[in-house]
Design a protein around this ligand. Structure first.
Ligand code: NAP
Ligand code: MG
Length: 490
């Protein structure tokens, strides 16, 4: 598919179709406002059609051999690699993220399929013999038709994180990208459509409030996997309560990043900047609450301001760009509101805080990297997910105090600390309520490492073997070896 075709349908049962409503949505480059394509606006009727196609495909996909499925995954990885430059173009144009980051996302997406291609082959069930009485065989079986809903911040990578384990486990999928960023996933579907049987993967585009709702409550769906806001996550939980299906929820965070006085200082400060500016801060595990020991607070703030001043903000297609446009005006306004609230509650705007509105920035939704100091952990900017390039810096005196503040949050996705004292680092890592913790590092999440949150950051893990488990169910088969039924009266 080439975006120049401009009109892209829903991917159902191996082919692209117009939606039942016959309406189209314009998809624009957030950095320039340029029209990229028109995408079909799906309706509940299309959801139903996709689920039925997936249900049909499941009958054969569930029982093809592990070797064959693994081979298909390696072919997917190969095809995506062969089309990498085009996919990088599509993703950069549609998400507005710097091209250097998009290249990493593409590599990581390919790696998901390679990783699960390997895992499929080792993910057999088990059997055990109980002397003289019975043998059990434990089979791992797929769930059926899985619904997946993904956000706009890592459009193709989040799809890869969800599709690879779900399909590897033998399920068929109906996946909904975010309304703003459907193009990379539709392009992916087009690229792999000849190597995956029809109906195994279905991509439906349209509004979350319409087709997202309809997918979640469809009676034939066996599981929902969601990444996005806590608010929508809660709504999905309520909407699926009656169908009693498993959910995986990845809901964002307000991760604590802690710099101790004995940190490898230059690396720590660069790490703190990257922890918030990567992806313009539109990253669920962003290091958005920086705790700095009082003895080094001013020094660290000064160095962060220097770094923020030098960050190249600009055209996402420029190889030197490190920060680009936010996804939309709505998101930019939300972030600006948070900055204003922070200042009103007593934070000091140490750098940034302004949108970039001179040409060429005026066509996008650009915000300067922003630093708020004199923040306390009870302020709105320290409690709520801003989802923008806004770092709040909070001083601390003791290890016990910083651990308490770090854990005093509704969220628990990630955390990090920077120190040369390994004993302290491990003590803090153990004490922080979060699903991920980095020591002298941030953002690393290669395939094979579980990713997911504690508390209101959600539940379930992706990116490792536990995802394969979450997309399957165990069946225990008992084979009797005795003359009489177990428990017979004699
Ligand atoms: P969102 O509303 O949670 O959207 C995430 C996905 O859910 C999108 O595909 C969306 O579709 C869909 N959706 C929306 N309402 C739905 C419903 N009622 N039922 C089923 N699916 C539904 O996130 P957002 O509005 O794009 O961003 C808002 C905030 O969410 C951000 O500021 C950020 O705090 C958080 N967020 C977190 C992550 C993360 O990685 N954890 C990612 C993105 C956003 P549409 O796109 O069509 O609405
Ligand atoms: Mg929303």
């Amino acid at each position: 598919m080439n975006l120049k075709t401009k009109k892209i349908g829903l991917f159902i049962d191996g082919e692209f179709h117009d939606s039942a409503s016959g309406t189209w949505k314009e998809i624009k480059n957030p950095a320039t406002g340029e029209l990229l394509a028109e995408v079909a606006e799906g309706s509940p009727e299309d959801v139903n059609r996709s689920v039925n196609a997936a249900e049909q495909a499941f009958k054969t996909w569930r029982s093809i051999s592990r070797e064959e499925r693994s081979e298909i995954f390696l072919n997917i990885a190969q095809k995506v690699s062969e089309n990498e430059e085009y996919l990088v173009y599509v993703e950069t144009a549609n998400s507005g993220k710097p091209i250097v980051e998009i290249r990493e996302d593409l590599q990581a997406t390919v790696d998901q399929f390679k990783y699960f291609a390997g895992l499929i082959r080792s993910a057999a069930g088990s059997s055990s013999k109980q002397e003289g009485s019975y043998i059990t065989i434990v089979n791992r079986e797929p769930l059926g038709v899985v619904g997946q809903i993904i956000p706009w911040n890592f459009p193709l990578l989040m799809a890869g994180w969800k599709l690879a384990p779900a399909l590897a486990a033998g399920n068929c999928v109906v996946i909904k990208p975010a309304e703003l960023t459907p193009l990379s996933l539709l392009t992916f579907a087009d690229i792999i459509k000849d190597i995956i049987p029809p109906g195994v993967l279905n991509v439906i585009t349209g509004k979350g409030s319409l087709i997202g709702e309809s997918l979640v409550s469809h009676p034939k769906i066996s599981k929902i996997a969601f990444t996005g806001s806590t608010q929508v996550g809660k709504r999905i939980s309520r909407n699926t309560a009656d169908s009693v299906i498993p959910l995986t929820m990845e809901l964002g965070g307000k991760s604590a990043n802690i710099i101790f006085p004995d940190a490898p200082m230059e690396k720590a400060i660069e790490g703190a900047a990257l922890a918030i500016l990567y992806g313009q801060g539109q990253v669920c595990n962003a290091g958005s609450r920086l705790f700095v020991h009082a003895s080094i607070y001013h020094n660290v703030v000064e160095k962060l301001v220097e770094i923020f001043k030098c960050v190249k903000v600009g055209d996402p297609f420029d190889e030197d760009t490190r920060m680009s446009t936010l996804i939309s005006d709505k998101q930019l306004e939300t972030v600006e509101r948070y900055i204003a609230t922070g200042v009103k509650e007593g934070a000091v705007l140490a750098y940034g805080g302004k949108r970039l509105s001179d040409p060429p920035y005026n066509k996008g939704h650009y915000l300067m990297p922003t630093l708020l100091t004199n923040v306390t952990n009870d302020m709105t900017v320290a409690r709520e997910e801003i989802f923008g390039p806004v770092l709040v810096v909070i001083p601390f005196d003791t290890e016990a105090e910083v651990v308490e503040m770090a854990n005093d949050s509704d969220y628990g996705l990630a955390g990090a600390c920077w120190t040369k004292d390994i004993t302290r680092a491990l003590r803090v890592a153990n004490a922080i309520d979060a699903g991920l913790f980095w020591i002298n590092e941030f953002h690393l999440a290669p395939a094979g490492t579980p990713f997911g949150g504690y508390k209101k950051s959600g539940y379930g893990r992706e990116n490792d073997v536990s995802a394969l488990e979450a997309y399957s169910q165990l069946k225990t088969i008992y084979i009797s070896l005795s003359e009489k039924p177990a428990g017979w009266y004699d």
